[in-house]
Design a protein around this ligand. Structure first.
Ligand SMILES: C[S@@+](CC[C@H](N)C(=O)[O-])C[C@H]1O[C@@H](n2cnc3c(N)ncnc32)[C@H](O)[C@@H]1O
Ligand code: SF4
Length: 383
């Protein structure tokens, strides 16, 4: 069975935030009453148990607590979720356990508790290192506070990463070059550098449509992307994925599970999974609204709203879409094992001639010139 390798990831979604950032379309919700964490722990435990009954005997190699804002959870809540995972599957001794955190001072006070609960890596949403940009992005922290949280993370965890958003309104290449260099001084081994995307139905989309939010045009965005690659590579943090940079060996192993198209379980509201059940790869997703998800899990043991066995062609397309985001690219033989036929040689040759892809050591990968037009390259190969 292609793709049924030893890596097995568990993603757990915490769907709450203190406020909604105007650019964000993640499944995150603001509640003005307190969240009953004990009830969520019971529901997470139940959904983990139900999922583990379908895919028994796995050894969990990575766990990712994402959101929303998982750093709003009490450390005891995180500990109880990790315990439930350990009760229903075995967890590899060297498993990577990441928690996504917002870099406010309140959240940083919980870092030692998360470490004690079993988290060994944090990913902090720093977003920008200047206060005017942070305000514009609707963030609740200052740059100083974010850098203080990074310093606390550095002491509490052997591994940490942080996110920045670039191609922000009015951002020049000079300003980004300086900001990125400063960020790299604070980063240890991993940085996620996302180009600002205007997501439909967000406040930023409305502002953008009404001409009140000017973001860099395509040429400027491309120049900012080029600066990102140049500065990060020069400092030993090359891109291993289109938006993710790491020193060799420090890649986020959990996200590699997705991009290498291995198996993972999605637990919690709006979580996605790819589970191999009786030899078939299933795409799963759960109810997005937290309260509806709770009720479903309490009634039937899981919050599933999608559970479809993927066809060979669908798996081949997903493998291509995910794998070509990686600098290491894909193994064409694995593509052929999924789809039942090889990739079209003539299309590959045309893309190679255009400088968009290259074939190296039996792998097919996108070039630096190809990454900014990745969607078109994938569409061309999959057609
Ligand atoms: C689930 S979110 C964030 C986790 C955490 N709640 C936070 O905000 O710090 C993961 C990351 O996606 C990025 N992101 C979210 N919306 C984005 C957008 N519209 N454009 C670019 N990056 C975005 C941000 O960098 C964010 O840190
Ligand atoms: S960016 Fe993070 S804090 Fe802001 S709304 Fe999205 S998930 Fe919540």
């Amino acid at each position: 069975m292609p793709g049924a390798e030893e890596a097995f990831g568990v993603y757990v979604h915490w769907p709450f935030c203190l406020s909604k950032c105007p650019y964000c379309d993640f499944n995150s919700h603001v509640r003005h009453t307190s969240i009953d964490e004990a009830r969520y722990v019971r529901a997470f435990t139940r959904e983990i148990e139900t999922t583990a009954e379908r895919v028994r005997g796995r050894t969990v190699t990575t766990i990712f607590l994402g959101g929303g804002t998982p750093s709003l959870m009490q450390p005891a809540t995180v500990g109880a979720i990790l315990d439930a995972i350990g009760q229903h599957w075995s967890i590899a001794p060297d498993a990577e356990v990441t928690l996504e955190a917002n870099p406010t001072s309140v959240e940083a006070t919980r870092f030692a508790g998360y470490r004690a609960a079993g988290v060994n890596r944090v990913s902090l949403g720093v977003q920008a290192l200047d206060d005017a940009s942070l305000k514009e992005l609707g963030r609740l922290h200052t740059a100083r506070e974010a850098l203080d949280a990074v310093a606390i993370a550095r002491k509490a965890f052997e591994r940490y990463s942080f996110d920045l958003i670039y191609a922000r309104p009015g951002q020049t290449t000079e300003a980004w070059r300086a900001e990125l260099a400063r960020a790299i001084d604070e980063a240890a081994e991993h940085l996620s550098l996302y180009q600002l995307t205007i997501e439909p139905d967000t406040p930023f989309a409305a502002l953008h449509a009404s001409g009140k939010l000017a973001i860099p045009d395509d040429d400027n965005a491309r120049a900012l992307y080029d600066v990102t690659q140049e500065v990060a590579s020069a400092h030993g943090l090359p891109a291993y994925e289109i938006s993710n940079h790491a020193r060799a060996g420090a890649e986020c192993r959990h996200n590699l599970v997705y991009w290498r198209y291995h198996e993972y379980a999605g637990i919690g509201p709006g979580a996605h999974g790819r589970l191999i059940v009786d030899g078939a790869r299933h795409a799963t997703s759960t109810e997005k609204r937290p309260e509806s998800w709770l009720m479903r899990v309490e009634a039937s043991g899981d919050g599933l709203v999608t559970d479809e066995a993927l066809t060979r062609a669908e798996q081949a397309d997903e493998y291509l879409l995910m794998g070509l985001r990686l600098a290491e690219g894909i193994d064409p033989r694995r593509y052929a094992a999924f789809s039942g036929h090889a990739l079209d040689e003539a299309r590959i040759a045309a893309l190679v001639a255009e400088g968009m892809v290259e074939s190296i050591d039996g792998r097919l990968r996108v070039t630096r010139a190809g990454f900014p037009v990745l969607d078109a390259v994938v569409a061309d190969l999959a057609a």
